[in-house]
Design a protein around this ligand. Structure first.
Ligand SMILES: C[S@@+](CC[C@H](N)C(=O)[O-])C[C@H]1O[C@@H](n2cnc3c(N)ncnc32)[C@H](O)[C@@H]1O
Length: 264
């Protein structure tokens, strides 16, 4: 399975849930005495959960290097076999975990085993990401690169609202789905990391690092990278002129279901 770096997770989650938390309403976090955030990574969602819930919020991940970045209680473990007894916590939640796992149904069933009250998953639909940019070629090239990523993925990276089927299969009840659009905007004045990202586009370094996650022959990917670098040089020119603007929208779907606490 794909490994994630702490910088990548911080960067891609920057500003997420800062504008609105309406889509988290069905988790009823203010009523929860305990919450488990599975596949918490560097704890970007865990921090939001701690702001919304007065109870105990624990982050769980299989990667100890990522867990070292999480403030507060953490557990090392596998989402497919959680190191907790049945009905151990009120709410079990994950964000951008199921899209990376080959068997989301089994993972949701495991969440249902451990949850006393509710299960929630927050998963992106990576096929529906959109990009608007002041550099004409950028949106179309981002679409081409994304298609290579979708074709190369071994898991359902466009799962999104489709997770509700796993909820029904796990016997979860009162299933609801809400959408949250995570918008990432680049506009002047640019942060140092945004200038660095433009430089990496111009060198093709960003695409080269994603090589392993993309489908296509060496020749096809080299051709994509050449066009990408030309686009990146335009991005860099506009950044230097202070005219570059880009908006990327990643749709996430929040699926929530009630856990059956009467297990007989
Ligand atoms: C895309 S990251 C999402 C991190 C975090 N939830 C967020 O939204 O920023 C996926 C995370 O799931 C973790 N992960 C992957 N497979 C796992 C498994 N079987 N058990 C526990 N964690 C897992 C990875 O280590 C990584 O931290």
């Amino acid at each position: 399975m794909r490994r994630f770096g702490a910088d990548y997770l911080r960067e891609t989650r920057r500003g997420m849930w800062a504008d609105s938390r309406d889509a988290l309403a069905d988790l009823r976090l203010s009523e929860a005495g305990s919450v488990l955030d599975v596949g918490c990574g560097t704890g970007e969602l865990t921090a939001v959960l701690r702001e919304e819930c007065a109870g105990r919020v624990v982050g769980l991940d299989r990667d100890p290097g990522l867990l070292a970045h999480v403030a507060g209680p953490v557990l090392r473990g596998d989402a497919r076999a959680l190191p907790l007894p049945d009905d151990a916590v009120d709410v079990v939640v994950c964000q951008a975990l199921l899209v990376n796992l080959p068997d989301p149904d089994a993972v949701v069933a495991e969440f249902a085993r451990v949850a006393r009250e509710r299960v929630a998953v927050i998963e992106p639909d990576n096929a529906a990401v959109t990009v608007d940019s002041t550099v004409d070629a950028e949106a179309a090239l981002a679409r081409r690169a994304r298609q290579r990523y979708l074709d190369g993925a071994a898991t359902d990276v466009a799962l999104g609202a489709g997770a509700r089927e796993a909820f029904a299969a796990a016997g979860l009840t009162d299933i609801s789905v809400r959408r949250y659009d995570h918008e990432r905007v680049v506009a002047p004045p640019y942060a140092a990391r945004e200038v660095e990202a433009a430089t990496r586009k111009a060198s093709g370094a960003d695409l080269r690092e994603r090589r392993d996650t993309m489908s296509g022959s060496e020749e096809e990917l080299d051709a994509l990278r050449e066009s990408w670098r030309a686009m990146g040089r335009d991005v860099l020119r506009q950044v230097r002129a202070g005219t570059y603007k880009r908006r990327e929208t990643v749709p996430f779907h929040v699926v929530v279901g009630g856990a059956d606490t009467d297990r007989g």
